[in-house]
Design a protein around this ligand. Structure first.
Ligand code: CUA
Length: 337
């Protein structure tokens, strides 16, 4: 008996945990706490389907209770006609009505939330890589004007049109609070459009298995008021600031003398590698390794010296920087804001 109680308590605790995990406040990665009109409609459909399923479950369990009750000491079975009616109504008619309604409403919803974005939508290219996200902002003529990585800033209240593609294998772009998933397929550009309703930070995640670090292929969507976003975008357009102090100059020299420029770009310098994320604004990003660790000096040092220890299987080799050079390199990278 005691053991049974313990099991029940454990079950209740687990259930409570699951329920609490399900009701997300803002900032939690959840399709049920929508931050855009598109996600709101998807959440509405989810709740609608949940309600229908719950009604059917209650109806089925009620029928079971009635059957047990009528099958007691003096059984009172249904008449043959009643039995036939129950099978036809519950087994054929009900699913024949409920399933098409759910299917049609989900197709209709997909069509409407995936419809063409308004013409004034801000166009952004998002390119999947093993295991990070390359981001380019376009002007109204479709020219790329600014580059970012792993942190997608969007203006609040203005629709964005994401043009999703991949440099290598299939990935899937998913920010549950803002929209459904959209695959990034080689040789193809898929479109996804949403409009963040309020300022906030939403976590996104690759949702298609793409290799050993699929689970650590994350990103942040930072929704900002219009003026703040415009200032951020303008900043992204600028080349890297010239190192202003002797320490930063030394850090820049270490950077340019290392293998970093083979893979990374620092706009305005001769570092123009395209294999890894653009580092021109590295110091302003919240995370390192596409959402793997917070962007702090300690994590940055760990990432540079042993990227495979932090995120095994990512494509960055260890960088050979001596202890005498490391502090200046870190100071320089942190200054890139
Ligand atoms: Cu990219 Cu999974």
């Amino acid at each position: 008996m005691h053991h049974l109680h313990g099991t029940a308590r454990g079950g209740a605790a687990l259930l409570a945990g699951l329920l609490l995990a399900g009701c997300g406040g803002p900032g939690l990665q959840s399709a049920l706490s929508p931050g855009s009109p598109q996600a709101e409609r998807l959440a509405g459909l989810s709740w609608g389907m949940f309600a229908v399923a719950a009604l059917i479950l209650v109806g089925t369990l009620s029928a079971l209770v009635v059957a047990l009750w009528r099958g007691g000491d003096s059984p009172r079975p249904l008449t043959p006609a009643g039995q036939r009616w129950l099978v036809i109504a519950g087994g054929l008619l009900l699913p024949a009505i409920v399933l098409p309604v759910l299917i049609v409403s989900s197709f209709q919803l997909s069509r409407s939330v995936l419809g063409a974005p308004p013409p004034d939508a801000l166009a952004i290219d998002v390119i999947g890589h093993q295991f990070w996200w390359e981001i380019h902002y376009q002007d109204r003529d479709g020219q790329r004007i600014a580059t970012a990585a792993n942190e997608l800033h969007v203006p609040v209240g203005r629709p964005v049109r994401l043009q999703l593609s991949t440099r290598d294998v299939i990935h899937s772009f998913w920010v549950p609070n803002l929209h459904g998933k959209m695959d990034m397929v080689p040789g193809q550009v898929n479109l996804l459009s949403f409009e963040a309703r309020e300022p906030g930070i939403y976590r996104g995640q690759c949702a298609e298995y793409c290799g050993v670090q699929h689970s650590l292929m994350a990103f942040l969507v930072v929704a900002q008021p219009r003026a703040e976003f415009d200032a951020w975008l303008e900043r992204q357009r600028q080349p890297a600031a010239s190192p202003a102090t002797p320490v930063l100059q030394e850090g820049f020299r270490v950077f340019m003398g290392s293998r970093c420029p083979e893979c990374h770009t620092l706009r305005g310098t001769r570092a123009d590698g395209k294999h890894g994320p653009d580092l021109t604004r590295l110091g302003s990003r919240r995370t390192l390794g596409a959402g793997t660790v917070p962007n702090t000096r300690g994590h940055l040092a760990g990432w540079i010296l042993d990227p495979q220890g932090v995120k095994p299987g990512n494509q960055m080799p260890p960088i050979d920087v001596g202890p005498e050079d490391l502090p200046a390199l870190l100071a320089y990278l942190e200054s890139l804001k």
